[in-house]
Design a protein around this ligand. Structure first.
Ligand SMILES: Nc1ncnc2c1ncn2[C@@H]1O[C@H](COP(=O)(O)OP(=O)(O)O)[C@@H](O)[C@H]1O
Ligand SMILES: [Mg+2]
Length: 245
């Protein structure tokens, strides 16, 4: 199916966000996000790129609901997030299996065979080796840890995954494998993914469309080939140029 025929899964309208300040801080509050507009379709992989501090993680946290916003975000589906450091998503004290069981318990799934089936299915999807399922996060490699974090997010039956620098802490070969896995998951399940990275090469491989952020605003957004090969904004041109020299 052509992408433009697909349903919109997330819509952001003129979103502005400032972090809450402690009561004694009387300085003027500064917007970290300003007038953000974004439309994401089901099954689409959208990249968010831009220099450190431009507000990518803040936007991601607004979308999943870690940062509370009053208006501007329309998304009916369940959302999950994975972080650069998989420890942000995993509990270091429990085995991968124990954490998976906990998620299924929260989902109200009680049947033992059903639990087993769901877990096996997810492990295959994210390519997490079953023999490591009783390990704690600290006993896994970085790549396996990130796969476990993705598995845990998917177990919550989400429609939208937000991955904030999911491969930045990993070796290049492992990065490529995880990117490939994310693409496969999207192809098989039509999961929608928003991925944040400062690495424009990685983004090109993974994404369908790209939004370029600068100082809390999206300065350019569109199909990746358009943004990479026919950038309009000066900042996008600069970013693309410096990534491919
Ligand atoms: N919890 C927070 N409280 C106050 N300011 C924050 C908080 N988190 C991030 N910021 C500020 O918001 C801006 C954007 O940060 P962030 O969204 O983390 O950028 P990016 O992910 O693009 O590097 C920065 O100026 C940062 O200092
Ligand atoms: Mg960030």
């Amino acid at each position: 199916m052509d992408n433009k025929d697909k349903a919109e899964i997330l819509r952001i309208d003129n979103l502005t966000y400032a972090y809450p300040k402690p009561f004694w801080d009387r300085s003027e509050s500064k917007n970290v996000l300003e007038g953000i507009n974004l439309s994401v379709k089901k099954g689409e992989i959208v990249g968010l790129a831009g220099e450190s501090g431009c507000g990518k993680s803040t936007l991601a946290k607004c979308i999943v609901g870690i940062n509370k916003v009053e208006a501007g975000i329309l998304c009916e589906c369940k959302r999950g997030m994975v972080f650069q450091n998989a420890y942000g998503s995993l509990n270091p004290y429990y085995s991968v299996k124990a954490q998976m069981m906990e998620v299924l318990k929260l989902r109200g799934i009680k049947d033992k065979n059903e639990k087993k089936m769901i877990i096996n299915d997810i492990l295959i999807k994210v390519k997490f080796p079953e023999e490591y399922i009783d390990y704690k996060p600290g006993e896994l490699s970085g790549g396996q840890r990130q796969r476990a974090a993705i598995a845990l997010a998917l177990l919550s039956d989400i429609g939208l995954l937000i991955a904030d620098e999911p491969v930045s802490a990993l070796d290049v070969t492992i990065q490529a494998q995880i990117i490939e896995t994310l693409k496969q998951i999207r192809d098989e399940t039509d999961l929608t993914i928003i991925v944040i990275s400062h690495d424009l090469r990685t983004m090109y491989n993974l994404c369908d469309s790209i939004a370029i952020m600068k100082d809390g605003k999206i300065v350019e957004m569109g199909d990746k080939n358009k943004v990479y090969f026919k950038p309009e904004h000066e900042y996008t041109k600069l970013l693309i140029k410096s990534a491919f020299v």
